[in-house]
Design a protein around this ligand. Structure first.
Ligand SMILES: Nc1ncnc2c1ncn2[C@@H]1O[C@H](COP(=O)(O)OP(=O)(O)OP(=O)(O)O)[C@@H](O)[C@H]1O
Ligand SMILES: [Mg+2]
Length: 278
């Protein structure tokens, strides 16, 4: 099998704020079809890693390569072209209160300075993205009329409306109840499968990683099913950040065998509604 394309590579990336490193000599390579679950304490560097991948924060040293190309010397205009292939759900949500739901989702298409689709196509794509997240009836509403979980789904629709190659989800389930969180990660699994998107997710919830490592969306049946381990699935890997460095990188089973007490913090036992371990 041909080697999968490199999508995002960090080479010895350091980012500091007031002399304190938020990312400390980080290196990794994510290839087409990979999924990465990024765990770590508050302030460990998850969001800074994502913003650095998007070119919103520039590294103090090291190199960020997107789709195999070094981004070190890109102008802001050239970054716009790169970002067109990247989808993002920011931790802060980032919906515009004064825009309708449709306008919010259409925003990345409207702002495509190089290759802006027609108004009709923008409307169609925004509508389809909202249908994908099962919010087809909300086009004319404004964000304040929706629940927190619905707003998060609008954010997912906006992240996927450009058909990105790589999608970065920063804390997509933060602050949501377990059932709503489940619907969010199920949508992420669906988007990952249907559009074959390389996916990186920062989260506090081990359950999110467990779900994405073990379940997939079946396009033929429209259902969530266990991952077929023989099916050539590229696999989901876990990263645990501690003070801007990797404390762990590996599979879920490797994660569950680790003795590092910091890393173990992020692996809560999984229990069903009767409190039984699953
Ligand atoms: N714009 C900024 N200016 C100064 N310091 C910053 C900035 N952004 C992040 N930091 C610092 O960088 C470190 C990493 O922050 P980051 O937001 O990546 O943490 P995180 O892992 O995403 O945390 P959380 O789980 O709370 O979202 C923290 O110490 C934070 O205070
Ligand atoms: Mg964060």
């Amino acid at each position: 099998m041909a080697e999968r394309q490199p999508i995002l590579e960090f080479e010895n990336v350091t980012v500091s704020f007031a002399g304190t490193p938020a990312l400390d000599d980080i290196s990794f390579l994510v290839r087409e079809g990979d999924s990465r679950i990024i765990l770590g304490a508050a302030g460990s560097g998850k969001s800074v890693l994502m913003k650095t991948a998007l070119g919103l924060i520039k590294p103090d040293s090291g190199r960020v390569k997107v789709f195999g190309d070094d981004t070190s010397n890109l102008s802001e205009r050239q970054w716009f072209a790169v970002r067109r292939k990247l989808g993002v759900l920011f931790q802060e949500g980032g919906l515009f209160d004064s825009l309708t739901i449709e306008e919010n989702v259409a925003y990345p298409l409207e702002n495509n300075r190089v290759n802006k689709p027609s108004a009709r196509e923008i409307h169609e794509r925004a509508r389809k993205a909202l249908e994908f997240v099962e919010l087809g009836g909300t086009l004319d509403k404004v964000p304040s009329e929706l629940s927190g979980g619905m707003r998060r789904r609008v954010g997912i629709a906006r992240a996927m409306v450009t058909n990105p190659v790589l999608t970065l989800y920063d804390s997509p389930t933060a602050g949501l109840d377990p059932i709503t969180s489940y619907t969010i990660v199920a949508l992420i699994a669906k988007e990952r499968r249907v559009h074959n998107t390389t996916t990186m997710i920062a989260t506090h919830r081990y359950q999110d990683g467990h779900f994405l490592a073990n379940y997939t969306y079946n396009d033929a049946t429209g259902r969530i099913e266990p991952v077929n381990r023989d099916g050539g699935d590229a696999g989901t890997r876990f990263w645990v950040l501690r003070s801007g460095r990797f404390a762990f990188r590996g599979s879920q089973s490797e994660l569950e065998q680790t003795d590092d007490p910091y890393v173990r913090n992020f692996m809560k036992p999984r229990t069903d509604s009767d409190g039984k371990q699953i």
